[in-house]
Ligand binder design. Structure first.
Ligand SMILES: [Cu+2]
Length: 130
């Protein structure tokens, strides 16, 4: 007798659990991003110029010499453990201090030889493709 009651109770608990999980599944349905992502992106031409990135790491600009098309967006990302900046040698272009894990975006309309004014031995160049 006792075991029968226990069995019923367990069965009821399982039913209750299933019912609950069904409701929860139903509630979280709105995430349908998968269906919207069906476009053959590989055939699309790269009309938008992607940004070129210069990583600042271990007291160096990487790459030290970057070649870009005129008007390209260049992002300097500070992945070092200290702050740096970008100052052009003609001093016409300069960033604010780029703190650790911050970045500075610059549009390359002209070639630029630059250095870090905090650590003047850090040098780099951005050259416009002919
Ligand atoms: Cu520096």
């Amino acid at each position: 007798m006792k075991t029968q009651n226990l069995g019923r109770a367990t069965g009821f608990t399982i039913l209750l659990f299933l019912a609950c999980s069904c409701v929860q599944k139903g509630d979280s349905i709105p995430e349908t991003s998968d269906t919207a992502a069906e476009n053959p992106g590989s055939t699309a031409p790269p009309t938008v110029a992607k940004a070129d990135t210069i990583l600042i790491r271990q007291m160096k600009f990487n790459p030290q010499e970057l070649h870009v098309n005129k008007g390209a967006t260049v992002i300097f990302v500070n992945k070092d453990v200290v702050a740096h900046d970008v100052t052009s040698k003609d001093k016409k272009t300069y960033s604010d201090t780029i703190k650790v894990n911050q970045s500075w975006t610059w549009v390359a309309n002209d070639s630029m030889s630059y250095y870090c004014s905090i650590h003047p031995t850090m040098l780099g160049k951005v050259l416009i493709n002919p």
